[in-house]
Ligand binder design. Structure first.
Ligand code: F6R
Length: 623
């Protein structure tokens, strides 16, 4: 979703802003823009354009880009189409100020009406311009009424204006009369401040900052920071309470956000999965005793061990991981698990009490629906835990405890390594809860821990099949529809395989529990229809074989994911991809790999932008 980058210091701001915008491209956007206070210190120059950052660069050409303070933005359209006027930055009506904004101002239409009555004429359709004019209006009113104008007038105006706002925002505002400082504020949308030597960087996430400094502040909700290149950072809440800055060390490396020799981030991230799973497991399994230690959950273990049910809330791919979690936790720890779409949970008047444990799963930790659903769970007294990838993200701050996935930055919009590390954490949860509740005997427990430790090496074996998967992709690249089937713990893998294909190749794909096929989707099957079936051993294998026979009898073209050494499905399916033998609970971590690769190759062969698929955003910070 929208991306923010801003710089104030003594370097030229322009290249920093452009590079920052390029680093933020992965978030998903449809227009981009920058504004700079020019060196003569008296005007703000703004460039914005629909399309990609490369379109913006072309548009700017040789125009003036001097100045050592500026703001940049990538916009993912919500209010109004992605055109030049709706792009950010938005300037105040008199051109004195300029603002970039992420999030949604929910009461923008009532604010707009009031401002229109005061004579403001809006140029764009956006809620962000409303916020800019609101700040300007408060400033002008204050200026008129103020007998003794102190240096804090603009700071206070931003603060006061933000008190009027309902919704989410991350903003940076510049004032053409002050090229030494700008202001940043957030509520519900992430914002990171990077501290350099007499310079500040601001961004929606650390990726534009990482190469300049490792000293960062994660601004908290309803905080406004004044960032003056000659002073220490100053933070106030919107109700005017001074806050001290919590400066943290950024643990990311620049390599982690670069392609490292791969053609695409998605491919890099698919191939990183053995390493990211090692990172997820690191330090969490005692090598001598096999006991699982989850630091962020430890304090709540007695509540978990007596819980009647767990509720998992998530969206998209994270919801699929949650469904796998349901199978794993119910099977191993015998706790009832309900998995809910966060967007449904939040509006359905959910039954949730102080006896419940609600687990939010989110790669970004910023998904608006998941955050809102969590708030409801908290209001009703439930214990809330998170499974997140992004350290310090909003969900990790909202929950009482939880576990990081440690997948490292995921830049490709289609989630791959974030998903498998979420499933890995859920396996750790299931096994730990099974220990607490004594539902799995020691021998099976130790066996499962060994199986879990063997996953990275087994994924490497599946990744070695990349070339043969590419050949299969070539045969199916022109299909218009796909059906994915799986049973048990591999049913969510069918859903996830279908989602991967549709989001990056734009081929319509559906995932179904294999047995459900007869209740409807079987009508779709003909010679044109490719069907991907997960038919691994030990997971209702014979039943899946029957489903495969039914598909074959109707002429469907079959790609099957099978266990190595399989002969039965091989004799029926058109193409088989073998994955190593493993315990049933572990299979999803292996069976998803060929499906990720299949989607990647098909999308590439169809000329799609695999890292930044159309209309999609990496972090969905609006509902
Ligand atoms: C699909 C994908 C999305 C996300 C969903 C939730 O590849 O990435 O479906 O899983 O938007 O995002 P997080 O996990 O950040 O809450």
């Amino acid at each position: 979703m929208c991306g923010i980058v801003a710089y104030v210091g003594s370097r030229r701001a322009y290249p920093i802003l452009i590079k920052g915008l390029q680093r933020l491209e992965y978030r998903g956007y449809d227009s981009a823009g920058i504004a700079l206070i020019t060196d003569d210190n008296n005007s703000i120059v703004t460039y914005k354009q629909a399309g990609k950052v490369s379109d913006l660069l072309e548009f700017i050409g040789d125009n003036d880009t001097n100045g050592s303070i500026g703001i940049g933005h990538t916009r993912w359209a919500t209010h109004g189409p992605p055109n030049q006027i709706n792009s950010h930055p938005h300037s105040s009506s008199d051109g004195s100020f300029s603002l970039i904004h992420n999030g949604i101002i929910e009461n923008y239409s009532s604010l707009k009406k009031v401002l229109e009555e005061k004579g403001y004429i809006f140029k764009s359709d956006t809620d962000s311009e409303v916020l800019m004019y609101l700040i300007e209006c408060v400033y002008k009113t204050q200026l008129k009424e103020s007998k003794d104008i102190c240096g804090d007038l603009f700071y206070d105006s931003i603060r006061i204006a933000l008190n009027e706002v309902v919704g989410a925002y991350a903003i940076v505002v510049i004032d053409k009369n002050n090229s030494e400082e700008f202001y940043a504020a957030r509520k519900g949308s992430p914002l990171v401040i990077g501290i350099g030597n007499n310079e500040f960087f601001v961004a929606s996430d650390a990726s534009p900052i990482i190469e300049y400094t490792d000293k960062v502040i994660y601004l908290k909700d309803e905080e406004v920071a004044r960032l003056n290149k000659n002073q220490e950072v100053e933070i106030k809440t919107i109700d005017n309470k001074k806050k001290s800055a919590d400066i943290q060390k950024l643990e990311q490396s620049i390599e982690s956000i670069e392609k490292g020799g791969y053609d695409h981030f998605m491919l890099k991230e698919i191939f990183e999965q053995p390493k990211s799973i090692i990172d997820t497991l690191r330090g969490r399994i005692n090598p001598k005793t096999n006991d699982i230690v989850l630091g962020g959950v430890k304090d709540y273990e007695s509540k978990i061990s007596t819980a009647d049910r767990l509720i998992i809330i998530a969206c998209g791919t994270s919801w699929h991981a949650g469904l796998i979690g349901e199978y794993l936790i119910e099977d191993l720890a015998r706790i009832n698990v309900e998995v809910e779409y966060a967007s449904e949970f939040r509006y359905k008047n959910p039954i949730v009490t102080n006896k419940d444990i609600v687990i939010a799963i989110s790669q970004s930790g910023e998904t608006a629906d998941t955050l809102a659903a969590l708030e409801i769970a908290k209001e009703n007294g439930a214990l809330t835990l998170g499974i997140c990838n992004v350290v310090g993200s909003s969900i990790t701050r909202t929950t009482s405890g939880g576990t990081y996935t440690h997948a490292g930055p995921e830049i490709g919009v289609a989630s791959t390594k974030a998903f498998t590390t979420q499933v890995t954490v859920l396996l750790l949860f299931a096994l730990r809860f099974s220990q607490l509740r004594k539902t799995v005997d020691r021998e099976n427990y130790d066996f499962l821990i060994n199986e879990l430790n063997a996953v990275p090496e087994r994924i490497n074996q599946v990744l070695n099949l990349n070339d043969s998967i590419e050949k299969i992709a070539l045969k199916f690249k022109d299909a218009s529809n796909f059906l994915y089937l799986g049973r048990g713990v591999n049913f969510p893998i069918a859903l996830e395989g279908a989602l991967k294909l549709k989001e990056i190749s734009y081929i319509h794909a559906e995932g179904y529990p294999a047995a459900e096929m007869k209740h409807g989707p079987i009508a779709l099957i003909d010679e044109e229809m490719p069907i991907v079936v997960i038919a691994t051993r030990k997971d209702n294998y014979e039943k899946v074989v029957s489903n495969i026979q039914e598909v074959k009898a109707r002429g469907g073209r079959l790609i099957a994911i099978v266990t190595e050494g399989d002969t039965e499905v091989k004799s029926i399916a058109d193409h088989c991809i073998e994955i190593p033998k493993c315990f049933r609970e572990i299979t999803p971590l292996l069976s998803i790999i060929p499906l990720q690769l299949l989607s990647y190759h098909i999308a590439l062969m169809r000329g799609c932008n695999v890292d930044q698929p159309r209309n999609l955003a990496k972090s969905v910070t609006v509902e």
